[in-house]
Design a protein around this ligand. Structure first.
Ligand code: ZN
Length: 150
Protein backbone atom coordinates (compact mmCIF):
# COMPACT_ATOMS: atom_id res chain seq x y z
CA UNK A 1 0.00 0.00 0.00
CA UNK A 2 2.77 2.49 0.89
CA UNK A 3 4.54 3.73 -2.24
CA UNK A 4 7.06 6.27 -0.89
CA UNK A 5 8.42 7.31 2.50
CA UNK A 6 10.61 10.38 2.82
CA UNK A 7 12.31 12.11 5.74
CA UNK A 8 13.21 11.26 9.28
CA UNK A 9 12.95 14.07 11.81
CA UNK A 10 11.22 17.43 11.77
CA UNK A 11 8.45 18.13 9.33
CA UNK A 12 7.83 21.72 8.23
CA UNK A 13 4.55 23.64 8.27
CA UNK A 14 4.14 26.48 5.75
CA UNK A 15 1.03 28.67 5.72
CA UNK A 16 -0.14 31.06 3.02
CA UNK A 17 -3.26 32.84 1.83
CA UNK A 18 -4.92 33.21 -1.57
CA UNK A 19 -7.06 36.32 -2.15
CA UNK A 20 -9.65 36.70 -4.89
CA UNK A 21 -13.04 38.21 -5.69
CA UNK A 22 -16.25 36.25 -6.27
CA UNK A 23 -19.56 37.18 -7.87
CA UNK A 24 -21.77 34.99 -5.66
CA UNK A 25 -24.64 32.68 -6.70
CA UNK A 26 -22.47 29.51 -6.94
CA UNK A 27 -19.66 31.37 -8.72
CA UNK A 28 -16.69 29.01 -9.03
CA UNK A 29 -13.00 29.89 -8.92
CA UNK A 30 -10.26 27.49 -10.01
CA UNK A 31 -7.52 27.61 -7.36
CA UNK A 32 -5.39 24.79 -8.79
CA UNK A 33 -2.61 26.93 -10.27
CA UNK A 34 -2.23 28.99 -7.09
CA UNK A 35 -2.17 25.94 -4.82
CA UNK A 36 0.36 24.28 -7.14
CA UNK A 37 2.56 27.41 -7.06
CA UNK A 38 2.25 27.59 -3.26
CA UNK A 39 3.42 23.98 -2.90
CA UNK A 40 6.40 24.71 -5.19
CA UNK A 41 7.25 27.87 -3.22
CA UNK A 42 7.33 25.94 0.08
CA UNK A 43 10.30 23.95 -1.19
CA UNK A 44 8.79 20.85 0.40
CA UNK A 45 8.97 17.64 -1.59
CA UNK A 46 6.48 15.33 0.10
CA UNK A 47 3.52 16.04 2.34
CA UNK A 48 -0.04 17.35 2.24
CA UNK A 49 -1.57 20.74 1.68
CA UNK A 50 -4.82 21.78 3.35
CA UNK A 51 -7.00 24.23 1.44
CA UNK A 52 -9.35 25.81 3.98
CA UNK A 53 -11.96 28.54 3.62
CA UNK A 54 -12.65 30.42 6.88
CA UNK A 55 -16.19 31.51 6.13
CA UNK A 56 -19.84 30.42 6.27
CA UNK A 57 -21.00 30.92 2.68
CA UNK A 58 -18.25 29.31 0.60
CA UNK A 59 -16.82 25.86 0.12
CA UNK A 60 -13.92 23.92 -1.39
CA UNK A 61 -14.33 20.94 -3.70
CA UNK A 62 -12.78 19.34 -6.77
CA UNK A 63 -14.36 19.31 -10.22
CA UNK A 64 -13.39 19.16 -13.84
CA UNK A 65 -13.36 22.92 -14.33
CA UNK A 66 -15.21 23.22 -17.62
CA UNK A 67 -18.38 25.21 -18.41
CA UNK A 68 -20.69 22.16 -18.64
CA UNK A 69 -19.74 20.73 -15.25
CA UNK A 70 -19.77 24.18 -13.67
CA UNK A 71 -23.33 24.74 -14.88
CA UNK A 72 -24.41 21.20 -13.91
CA UNK A 73 -23.05 21.73 -10.41
CA UNK A 74 -24.85 25.05 -10.01
CA UNK A 75 -28.08 23.55 -11.37
CA UNK A 76 -27.82 20.67 -8.88
CA UNK A 77 -27.71 23.13 -5.97
CA UNK A 78 -30.69 25.02 -7.40
CA UNK A 79 -32.62 21.73 -7.32
CA UNK A 80 -31.63 20.39 -3.90
CA UNK A 81 -31.10 23.67 -1.95
CA UNK A 82 -33.15 26.20 -3.86
CA UNK A 83 -32.92 29.87 -2.88
CA UNK A 84 -36.72 29.97 -3.28
CA UNK A 85 -37.38 27.65 -0.31
CA UNK A 86 -38.14 28.91 3.19
CA UNK A 87 -35.06 29.41 5.41
CA UNK A 88 -35.30 30.25 9.11
CA UNK A 89 -31.99 32.11 8.77
CA UNK A 90 -33.74 34.64 6.56
CA UNK A 91 -36.22 35.25 9.39
CA UNK A 92 -33.55 35.71 12.06
CA UNK A 93 -31.10 37.60 9.80
CA UNK A 94 -31.78 40.23 7.14
CA UNK A 95 -29.07 39.01 4.72
CA UNK A 96 -31.42 36.64 2.83
CA UNK A 97 -28.71 34.04 2.26
CA UNK A 98 -30.04 31.05 4.20
CA UNK A 99 -29.55 28.81 1.17
CA UNK A 100 -25.87 29.88 0.96
CA UNK A 101 -25.18 28.75 4.53
CA UNK A 102 -26.88 25.38 4.01
CA UNK A 103 -25.05 24.78 0.71
CA UNK A 104 -21.69 25.70 2.24
CA UNK A 105 -22.32 23.38 5.19
CA UNK A 106 -23.17 20.50 2.89
CA UNK A 107 -20.11 20.86 0.68
CA UNK A 108 -17.65 21.74 3.46
CA UNK A 109 -14.91 24.34 3.94
CA UNK A 110 -11.74 22.37 3.24
CA UNK A 111 -9.93 19.53 1.53
CA UNK A 112 -6.46 18.05 1.96
CA UNK A 113 -4.30 17.22 -1.07
CA UNK A 114 -1.20 15.04 -0.94
CA UNK A 115 1.86 16.16 -2.88
CA UNK A 116 4.83 14.11 -3.96
CA UNK A 117 8.15 15.37 -5.36
CA UNK A 118 6.68 18.89 -5.15
CA UNK A 119 3.67 18.02 -7.36
CA UNK A 120 0.03 17.86 -6.32
CA UNK A 121 -1.37 14.32 -6.65
CA UNK A 122 -4.43 15.44 -8.63
CA UNK A 123 -6.19 13.51 -11.35
CA UNK A 124 -5.80 14.56 -14.96
CA UNK A 125 -9.18 16.37 -15.04
CA UNK A 126 -9.42 17.26 -11.35
CA UNK A 127 -9.20 20.91 -10.36
CA UNK A 128 -9.34 22.51 -6.91
CA UNK A 129 -12.41 24.75 -6.86
CA UNK A 130 -13.74 27.38 -4.51
CA UNK A 131 -17.50 27.86 -4.68
CA UNK A 132 -19.09 31.10 -3.50
CA UNK A 133 -22.69 30.46 -2.50
CA UNK A 134 -23.45 33.93 -1.19
CA UNK A 135 -26.07 36.11 -2.83
CA UNK A 136 -23.68 38.99 -3.55
CA UNK A 137 -20.08 39.63 -4.72
CA UNK A 138 -17.46 39.09 -2.01
CA UNK A 139 -13.74 39.43 -1.38
CA UNK A 140 -12.49 35.98 -0.35
CA UNK A 141 -9.41 34.58 1.33
CA UNK A 142 -8.50 30.91 1.38
CA UNK A 143 -5.82 29.55 3.71
CA UNK A 144 -3.32 27.06 2.32
CA UNK A 145 -1.16 25.13 4.75
CA UNK A 146 1.44 22.60 3.73
CA UNK A 147 2.83 20.02 6.13
CA UNK A 148 5.74 18.05 4.78
CA UNK A 149 9.44 17.39 4.47
CA UNK A 150 12.01 19.03 2.23
ZN1 ZN B 1 -26.35 34.84 6.53
Amino acid sequence: MIETTTGIGMATVVTGRIHFDTRGDADMVDLTAEVRRFVKDTGLSNGAVTVFFPGATGAVTTLEFEPGVIKDFSNMFDRIISPDEHYEHNVTHPDENGHAHVRAGLLGPSLVFPFEHGELCLGRWQEICFVCFDNRPRERTVIVQALGVA
